[in-house]
Write a protein that binds this ligand. Structure first.
Ligand code: ACO
Length: 381
């Protein structure tokens, strides 16, 4: 009790090392990100999403055969339980897709016979189901909610590409396929970010994997974390034209408002993921008269914020323009982030369960102590 009183709180757990991991590493000083030791630039250039998931779960790259089998397993798991699809029709209008997703992932636990089995083998199978079914939920919900028919997965296509075609109902062109694959690769893991930490805390009580991923989705939704990409797009739309950027940004800074998609707790330099997404934002917007202004506005914001605050864009900044160009409606942006991050969340749950210790920090009590109980009739108004 006394020790608890004396301990000093570290606000926001800044720089606190809460566990050991082999899953991912964020080098904030040098602006580098690694999945199981492999640099994100290497993976973005050479690997697809499935290969990254295999790497995060197994701490090694797959053989050709293993990768083909793993992709087959994931695509075959993209089928959704029928009651969940029925439920999509009953979701009230105006619900945020992240609220739907959080409920739907919790719901998946109802239909999985292995929910209560935390063995490594069962966790591995559940992880595959979650990684495969989350994109299918997002696409399926979007289509049914908007009175469109479901699009079945194509076993010959990757998970990310299947997500895009199952969402939009169109066969995407080469650049769109590459962009969505990259989106999935870049968002797959990111050290002990808030949502991953939420997943690990939940897993550390030996709760099931669905509970951990549900908790993670809850944490990802907030605008200081994954919810920022939606706010970025709303800001781009609010600005409207490249000429209005400087006044708009200067006004926000003068009012001490946060510029969404900028700043990061760990990166002191540019977020490497922003670099890759910027390239795709530029290519996708190209000379398209409707899209190009969004890229132009984004570039101008980047220059202005860098000059005024010395801050760099994070992953959420160009993800907004990329997703807009891919035809994803703004309120779904964070769900796409979630679909990819299921890879990291599930990897962390398996790592936590493999060598578990309950996560139970303490708080610094700053109230009055001790206080004498006063009977209700004697309390002053
Ligand atoms: N716009 C304006 N000012 C900012 C921003 C921003 N985006 N980010 C930080 N600052 C300022 C703060 O106001 C503060 O200034 P002060 O010292 O003059 O008071 C200083 O920079 C330090 O900020 P902190 O709040 O201490 O930084 P913290 O590490 O807590 O915040 C965070 C990190 C939450 C990401 C923050 O940069 C932010 O709010 N960014 C906007 C939201 C966003 O893009 N979130 C996505 C992050 S990436 C991800 O989760 C996937």
């Amino acid at each position: 009790m006394e020790a608890e009183g004396r301990a000093r709180a570290i606000r926001g757990l800044e720089d606190v090392i809460a566990a050991e991991t082999r899953v991912g590493y964020v080098d904030g000083v040098n602006g580098k990100l690694y999945y199981a030791g492999y640099e994100i630039g290497d993976l973005a250039k050479h690997a697809g999403f499935e290969e990254c998931v295999f790497l995060l779960w197994n701490d090694r790259l797959p053989t050709k055969r293993e990768l083909a089998a793993f992709r087959d397993e994931l695509i075959s798991e993209m089928v959704l339980p029928r009651p969940l699809v029925q439920w999509f029709k009953r979701v009230p209008r105006g619900v945020h897709p992240m609220v739907m997703l959080r409920s739907a992932v919790s719901d998946l636990a109802l239909y999985d016979k292995e929910t209560e089995d935390n063995s490594m083998e069962a966790n591995r199978r559940k992880a595959a189901r979650i990684v495969a079914k989350v994109p299918a939920i997002i696409a399926g919900f979007y289509r049914i909610y908007n009175g469109k028919g479901l699009v079945p997965p194509d076993p010959k296509k990757s998970l990310a590409v299947n997500f895009l075609r199952m969402f939009t109902g169109r066969e995407p062109d080469k650049m769109s396929r590459e962009a969505m694959e990259l989106m999935f690769v870049l968002h797959a893991d990111h050290g002990f970010n808030a949502s991953t930490f939420a997943a690990r805390v939940t897993a550390s009580t030996l709760a099931d994997m669905y509970a951990a991923v549900t908790a993670a989705i809850g944490a990802l939704k907030g605008p200081l974390h994954g919810g920022a990409n939606q706010r970025v797009m709303e800001m781009l739309e609010g600005i409207g034209s490249p000429e209005d950027v400087d006044d708009y940004i200067d006004g926000m800074l003068a009012r001490k408002e946060r510029i969404m998609g900028f700043g990061h707790r760990v990166y002191k330099v540019e977020d490497p993921r922003a670099r890759y997404l910027r390239r795709y934002a530029e290519s996708l917007c190209g000379s398209d008269a409707a899209l190009h202004p969004y890229y132009e506005i984004s570039r101008r914001i980047e220059q202005r914020v860098k000059k005024a605050k010395g801050m760099y864009p994070n992953v959420d900044f160009y993800s907004a323009t990329v997703q807009h160009a891919l035809g994803i409606p703004v309120e779904y942006y964070t769900t796409v982030f979630a679909a990819s991050r299921t890879a990291g969340w599930t990897a962390h749950v398996m790592e936590q369960h493999a060598d578990n210790r309950l996560m139970r920090p303490r708080s610094q009590f700053v109230g009055k102590i001790p206080r004498r109980y006063v009977p209700i009739e004697k309390r002053k108004k």
